[in-house]
Each structure stands twice: as structure tokens, then as C-alpha cells.
Write a protein that binds this ligand. Structure first.
Ligand code: NAP
Ligand code: GDD
Length: 348
């Protein structure tokens, strides 16, 4: 049985990747952070009581800022493959917390690579590593962007990801660590964090449709992104680590749409006109924006046979359907709460 270690297992991609790896028969180890509230919602459906027999998912406390915890988990779990997904992944937030973002996203990757370098050097193991790079690294470079396109990062997040990318390349060349960089364009799902624009929109559509929210505040509606489905993209990560030689790959659909076009599809799916609900809030505008990302994924299509399965409109409709159901649950609780309150039965 192959063993995988996943940093960022509680995130959107970590949850889809874990499902994918468990279905392939892997034992999956994940690093989680200690938090004062539960942060394992996205993987709770996969986690079983570890006292039972045949448990294949194991969680370990760790932190990308804490090199000792990373080393300890790698030493005790002896993974064949490491999927390094953990990051402060919000571009807008990286302008508010640039040092923290650099420490987790750039130095955190270096801490992980250092641990692999030392442990593999001592034990003779050859641990394969996937590093979660981003199309944000291309920033201001004109589309279509491929593996050959110049990096021109436009945020502390993107600069940190460029550093992580080059750390990975350097450790591959200097020490022979088989580390592959995925350069993934935006990918979304019903499990997407609620402050990213796609999910912010589809959550609002559900709540507006069910009468729970009146308006939606957004920033720049003209940005264009190449949006795919996260479930498709985790397969690309796995494919990269099944090769003998590590390499770098762009993963994208090759089509791009504006935030405005996403609003058309999302509100249109429940027959509402977004212009009646969307308002502008300058707080969501970034000091430096990335105007247009559209990927050329011909290398991974050609060499690894990867193809995206879910297109833009079905993706947005899938997310709206999910979030309408979520809002229906909220609506029911609200109505039930009102009914109890009217009968004087609600708790204070
Ligand atoms: P996400 O939902 O924000 O998940 C990030 C994960 O990293 C969470 O599990 C989070 O833990 C963990 N994490 C954050 N800070 C950490 C720290 N200091 N130590 C340990 N773990 C930490 O991100 P995602 O969308 O799944 O993306 C996965 C990776 O791909 C990230 O590296 C992201 O930058 C990159 N990426 C994403 C996209 C995209 O469109 N989704 C595109 C290109 C690249 P908590 O749950 O405790 O917060
Ligand atoms: N989040 C957010 N909130 N974005 C908004 C809003 C808003 O209210 N209004 C407009 N936008 C615009 C942003 O300015 C950006 O141009 C676009 O919507 C997409 O924003 P996000 O969904 O936050 O994603 P991102 O493209 O900045 O970053 C995501 O994709 C990267 C890959 O290209 C993240 O997942 C990164 O971690 C990832 O690397």
C-alpha cells in the first residue's frame, strides 16, 4: 500500500485529493493545524475512528511555520509521495499579511524541502513531492500562459509562490529530490472557501434566492480567470507524481471568463438579474490586480493525458445548486426559529 502525506488536507484541494487517493488504495496522512474551532469539515466524511480496523486516513498536528513538526511527521509516516498544498492561499489577504504569507508559502515550502533533503539523505529513500504552484505567478504576463511564460507576480502571495517554485526547482537540481511543480489555474467547487469570488457569488445567489440576503458587495468585475473544477485538478497532481522524472506542468482549461460573466451564469441559473443585487465595495479591490489569466495546458494534455471534464457553466451551476440547498437549510432553521419565538419557546 502506497503512503501519501498531504499538507493542507483540510482545504478545498486537500479534501478532493484525499478522496481520490483513498479510492486508489493509498494510506493517507494529513497535517492539520490546531484551532479553537473545528477545521476538518471538508474531510469529516472521510475520517473514521482510528481505533477501528482498516483505517486508511490519519491526521497529525503540524504547522508550516514549525520545521520540527514537519520533520517529525515525515519521519514517522515515511511517505512515498508528499502533496504540499498547505498555504495562506488568499491573494487579497496577502496584502494585509505579507510577512506571514511569505513565511508560510515560501519559507514553509523550504522547511518541507529541507526536511525531505535530510531524511532522504540519511535513509536513502526517494520521496516524491508535489508543490502547489499558482497561475498567479504569471501575474501581469499576457495570456495564454504556459510553462515557458515569464513570471511577473503582482501580490505578496504570488511572489511567495514564485519563491516556492524556484526552491523546488533548485532542490531538484541540487539534491535530486523528485519534486514537481503544478502551476494550477483557478479551480473551484462547492467546497471552495467562501471568501473567494466564485463561492462568494454562489453563496449569495442561494441566500438571495431564498430571501436571506439582500445584496452582494464585490470589487473588480472585469478580471478574467481560467476557472476549472477542483475535482479534475487533483487528478493532475497525482499524475505528475506517477512519472519517473519530476517536471513542471500548467493545469488549466484554456478558456477564460470575467467575474461579470460568472455573475450572468450564477444569477441566471435561478432566473435573477445580478444588476439588481450586486454593489461595489472598494475594500475588495487589490492594490495591484491580475487582469487576465488563461492557461495553455498542452504539455500536460500531451505528456500525461490529463483533460478537464467540467466546463465553466456546468461548474458554476453545480455550485449554485449546492448553495441553494444550503440556503434552503438555513431558511428552514430561520423559519423554525421564528415559529418557536412566536410560541415563546426560543432559547434566550
Ligand atoms: P485552501 O482551501 O485555502 O486550503 C489551504 C490549506 O492550507 C488548509 O488546509 C489550511 O489549513 C492549510 N494551511 C494554511 N496555513 C497553514 C499553515 N501555516 N500550516 C499548515 N497548514 C496551513 O486552498 P486550496 O484552494 O485547497 O489550494 C491548495 C493549494 O493550491 C494552496 O497552496 C494554494 O495556494 C494553491 N493553489 C490553489 C488554486 C485554486 O484555485 N484553488 C490555484 C493555484 C494554486 P486550515 O484549514 O486550518 O486553514
Ligand atoms: N475574493 C474576491 N472577493 N475577489 C473578487 C471580489 C471579491 O469580492 N470582487 C472581485 N474579485 C476579483 C478579484 O479581484 C480577482 O481578480 C478575481 O475576482 C478572483 O479572485 P479570487 O476568487 O479571490 O481568486 P484569485 O484569482 O485572486 O486567487 C485564486 O486563484 C489563484 C490561481 O490563479 C486563489 O485560489 C489562489 O490561491 C490561487 O493561487
Amino acid at each position: 500500500m502506497k503512503r501519501a502525506l498531504v499538507t493542507g488536507i483540510t482545504g478545498q484541494d486537500g479534501s478532493y485529493l484525499t478522496e481520490f487517493l483513498l479510492a486508489k488504495g493509498y494510506a493517507v496522512h494529513g497535517i492539520i493545524r490546531r484551532a479553537s474551532s473545528f477545521n476538518t469539515d471538508r474531510i469529516d466524511h472521510l475520517y473514521e475512528d482510528r481505533h477501528k480496523e482498516h483505517v486508511n486516513l490519519f491526521l497529525h498536528y503540524g504547522e508550516l511555520g514549525d520545521a520540527t513538526s514537519l520533520r517529525r511527521v515525515i519521519e514517522t509516516t515515511e511517505p512515498d509521495e508528499i502533496y504540499h498544498l498547505g498555504a495562506q492561499s488568499h491573494v487579497r489577504v496577502s496584502f494585509d499579511q505579507p510577512l506571514y504569507t511569505a513565511d508560510v508559502d515560501a519559507s514553509g515550502t523550504l522547511r518541507l524541502l529541507e526536511a525531505v533533503r535530510d531524511i532522504d539523505g540519511r535513509t536513502g529513500r526517494r520521496t516524491k513531492v508535489y508543490n502547489a504552484g499558482s497561475s498567479e505567478m504569471f501575474g501581469a504576463s499576457a495570456p495564454p500562459q504556459s510553462e515557458k511564460t515569464l513570471f511577473y507576480p503582482r501580490s505578496p502571495y504570488a511572489v511567495s509562490k514564485v519563491a516556492a517554485h524556484w526552491f523546488a526547482v533548485n532542490y531538484r537540481e541540487a539534491y535530486g529530490i523528485p519534486v514537481s511543480n503544478g502551476i494550477l489555474f483557478n479551480h473551484e467547487s462547492p467546497r471552495r472557501g467562501e471568501t473567494f469570488v466564485s463561492r462568494k457569488i454562489t453563496r449569495a445567489v442561494g441566500r438571495i434566492y431564498l430571501g436571506l440576503q439582500e445584496s452582494l458587495y464585490l470589487g473588480n468585475l472585469d478580471a478574467r480567470r481560467d476557472w476549472g473544477f477542483a475535482g479534475d485538478y487533483v487528478e493532475a497532481m497525482w499524475l505528475m507524481l506517477q512519472q519517473d522524472d519530476a517536471d513542471d506542468f500548467v493545469v488549466a482549461t484554456g478558456e477564460s471568463y470575467t467575474v461579470r460573466e460568472m455573475l450572468d451564469v450564477a444569477f441566471g441559473h435561478v432566473e435573477l438579474d445580478w444588476r439588481d443585487y450586486v454593489r461595489f465595495d472598494p475594500r475588495y479591490v487589490r492594490p495591484t490586480e491580475v487582469d487576465h489569466l488563461c492557461g495553455d495546458a498542452s504539455k500536460i494534455r500531451r505528456t500525461l493525458g490529463w483533460e478537464p471534464r467540467v466546463g465553466f457553466e456546468p461548474l458554476v451551476r453545480m455550485m449554485v445548486d449546492h448553495d441553494v440547498e444550503l440556503a434552503r437549510g438555513e431558511r428552514m432553521l430561520t423559519d423554525h426559529g421564528h415559529a418557536l419565538a412566536q410560541r415563546g419557546l426560543a432559547s434566550p
